[in-house]
Design a protein around this ligand. Structure first.
Ligand code: SF4
Length: 406
């Protein structure tokens, strides 16, 4: 979508002077304050439209008209966890009938299968299982590298690093260095939720504090591991928390330069304990999803180039809209997503590369397969990816939704 200055002037003329001033500042590439970001989270109607167009222009200027995706497989090695995060529907107790714990052999087989289907990355995360030892994390890496030496391993949230280093009686820095030596390639910046004490106390009893999360992420960047950055929003939080969170992510990026992207993750409420107890709302609204991706784009301009749209949280239809308001990446094909699915997300576990390409073209953009650190693997401007059947059988409703959008 191309915007002329006339389009923008017309739109800006219909906004309040305050919003106009903020958006013009963003278009000039100047840094927005947390207060200005908060104001943008209150836009509606024409003002929201002006925000989305501003984000779209900044996106186009920064990264052009391609939309990237990565072929990756999620391997959740266990869902056993006793941390009791109140938004989490994924964790189980050891005696639960649906508790899982993958053997190393199974992890190796799943990694090989992913490689055979064109994956450049496996994403490994799990619950904080009370019976594992600290070296379990290293042994997972060794297992995968023995099986598929060239696979990039994107693994272990800051919460897992915190847990593994405690189990190993060492510092996060020493623990991370050891994991890097054994094949860790990068880290998911999950477990950030909202980097705010008040909010974290309600969500996680502040077991991993905002400061500890930031410390572990900065340490990872400093030992040479890049990571994503995330926000989970739409539960007990408010716009002021969102802008402050993005501001804090920006501050970390100024210090380390280690974030590859920012990933807004809307809270999936259906089976989340905090929602079932009536203490959280039912995830973000459509408008809030639009605002989040657009405000992230304008606040992070100059610092984080890639704003990821999570199809697994949003669904393919909404994902296409978000690509018109700041987004430039569609994340991973996933193959076996189980965290959002456990919380009741209805969008399935996998989108094949061919479907990714069709979704991106449907949004009027050019698809690009990337690797974890955003290097181009293949540009699909005049051809299609090899066709693979979905790895996991789809229920008819999911199949129909994906077929319709593609
Ligand atoms: S979010 Fe992670 S640490 Fe928290 S309960 Fe769920 S699996 Fe455990």
């Amino acid at each position: 979508m191309i915007h002329t200055n006339i389009d923008i002037d017309v739109l800006y003329n219909s906004t309040s002077p305050v919003i106009r001033t903020i958006l013009e500042k963003a278009l000039r590439g100047e840094e927005l304050s947390v207060q200005e970001g908060t104001a943008l989270f209150h836009t509606d109607g024409k003002e929201l439209e002006a925000l989305l167009k501003t984000a779209d222009i900044i996106r186009k200027g920064k990264v052009g008209d391609t939309v990237s995706f990565v072929i990756t497989r999620n391997i959740n090695f266990t869902n056993v966890c006793y941390m009791g995060c109140k938004f989490c529907a994924f964790s189980k107790r050891m005696e639960d009938s649906d508790a899982t714990f993958l053997t190393f052999d199974k992890i190796a087989r799943r990694s090989q299968e992913a490689w055979d289907r064109g994956a450049t990355e496996v994403c490994i995360q799990g619950g904080l299982h009370p019976k594992i030892k600290g070296d379990h994390y290293r042994n997972i890496l060794k297992t995968i590298k023995d099986q598929v030496p060239d696979m990039h391993i994107h693994a272990f949230s800051p919460f897992e690093i915190w847990y593994g280093s405690k189990l190993s009686n060492t510092t996060p820095e020493a623990f991370l260095k050891d994991l890097k030596d054994h094949g860790l390639g990068s880290m998911p910046g999950t477990a950030a939720e909202i980097l705010d004490i008040e909010v974290r106390e309600q969500l996680t009893q502040d077991k991993l504090s905002a400061d500890e999360w930031a410390h572990i992420i900065k340490t990872a960047h400093n030992v040479g591991l890049r990571s994503t950055s995330t926000i989970m929003y739409g539960h007990v939080d408010e716009p002021r928390h969102w802008a402050a969170h993005i501001g804090r992510i920006r501050d970390i990026q100024k210090e380390t330069g280690g974030f590859t992207e920012f990933v807004p993750l809307g809270f999936i409420h259906y089976d989340a304990p905090i929602y079932l107890e009536g203490k959280a709302r039912a995830g973000p609204t459509y408008k809030e999803n639009l605002q989040m991706h657009a405000v992230a784009r304008v606040m992070l301009n100059g610092w984080i180039n890639n704003i990821q749209v999570s199809w697994v949280k949003m669904g393919p239809e909404v994902a296409q809209k978000l690509l018109q308001g700041g987004g430039n990446d569609l994340g991973g094909t996933l193959m076996n997503e189980s965290i959002s699915r456990a919380a009741g997300a209805p969008h399935g576990q996998e989108i094949t590369p061919a479907e990714m390409v069709r979704i991106i073209r449907g949004a009027g953009r050019t698809p690009v397969q990337r690797n974890t650190i955003y290097e181009v693997v293949e540009k699909y401007d005049d051809h299609n990816p090899l066709y693979h059947q979905p790895l996991v059988k789809r229920c008819s409703e999911q199949a129909e939704r994906i077929t319709n959008i593609c």
